[in-house]
Design a protein around this ligand. Structure first.
Ligand SMILES: Nc1ncnc2c1ncn2[C@@H]1O[C@H](COP(=O)(O)OP(=O)(O)O)[C@@H](O)[C@H]1O
Ligand SMILES: [Mg+2]
Length: 258
């Protein structure tokens, strides 16, 4: 499909919480200008995977390689500095601050000690307009927005911060039909601008609509990776539930598919 090396590569990642292995020997490759969907049942390890890439968790074993360099992110700010932007499942917008402030959080435009409030509002408005995002006022507090509008703002923020690698954990879980379509357009825009996009989603319609490749997680392991045009919903759902045998042999040595 591509001859370029992956922009993001995980090798043999294991992450344990006490006796629970949230991730076991997980490999992943993601490429610029492509959308990789990560799917799996609840507890399969999807969020742990996103948090490990984005510097929230440190892996117990294995390596995270970004644009050819091994990384050991101490925190999400370190990941962001290396070009990895994340929209977490629980959003992390500040409810009592307005839209413009949230868009620029931690990176306010300044003149000397002063935040350039007007510039921030103007740039936020221009950016949201460019994306076709309808928010009545950039001075609206985030807490006053619908779940869908918040999610759109969170995706817009990840786009604004210029992450070359964008991770989205269940970005449409709380959205209605129209908002989901808007989020899907934004995610396509990210891909078309050459970003590397990883999206975690339960929504098979969205996954088959957006993804170039689909990685299925099951019980902390990789059950399979498929190109979207060479698989079916039935196969993906089978890999999620275990009805279709995964590619990597489980510890008990059961057979694998070729
Ligand atoms: N911070 C944590 N502490 C303890 N266990 C965790 C933590 N995060 C995830 N887990 C466990 O790891 C497994 C995978 O969870 P998670 O990555 O959230 O899965 P998913 O996002 O696919 O639903 C689950 O068994 C979950 O209970
Ligand atoms: Mg999750």
């Amino acid at each position: 499909m591509t001859t370029l090396p992956p922009t993001l590569e995980l090798r043999a990642i294991t992450k344990r919480f006490g006796h629970v292995a949230a991730l076991r020997d997980v490999h992943l490759s993601a490429y610029a200008g492509q959308i990789l969907a990560v799917v799996g049942d609840n507890g399969a390890g999807k969020s742990s995977l996103i948090r490990t890439i984005s510097g929230v968790y440190r892996p117990d074993e294995g390596t995270v390689r970004v644009e050819g360099e091994d990384q050991n992110f101490a925190n999400p700010a370190a990941a962001r500095a290396a070009g990895v932007a994340t929209v977490f499942q629980d959003l992390a917008l500040v409810e009592v601050l307005d839209v413009a402030t949230n868009m620029f959080i931690g990176q306010y435009p300044r003149r000397g000690p002063f935040v350039r409030r007007r510039a921030m509002e103007r740039q936020t408005r221009a950016f949201l307009d460019e994306l076709g995002v309808s928010v009545a006022s950039v001075r609206t507090e985030i807490g006053m927005l619908s779940g869908g509008q918040r999610q759109i703002v969170a995706i817009a923020r990840a786009m604004r911060t210029g992450g070359r690698i964008v991770l989205l954990d269940e970005p449409t879980a709380a959205l209605g039909v129209r908002e989901t379509a808007q989020a899907a357009d934004m995610i396509r825009t990210l891909r078309d601008r050459g970003n590397t996009v990883i999206i975690v989603s339960h929504d098979m319609s969205l996954v088959f609509d957006l993804a170039d490749r689909i990685q299925v997680m099951r019980l902390g392991r990789v059950a399979g990776v498929r190109e979207r045009t060479r698989t079916t919903r039935d196969e993906i759902i089978g890999l999620i539930t275990g009805a279709v045998t995964g590619d990597e042999a489980p510890a008990d040595g059961a057979s694998t598919t070729p």
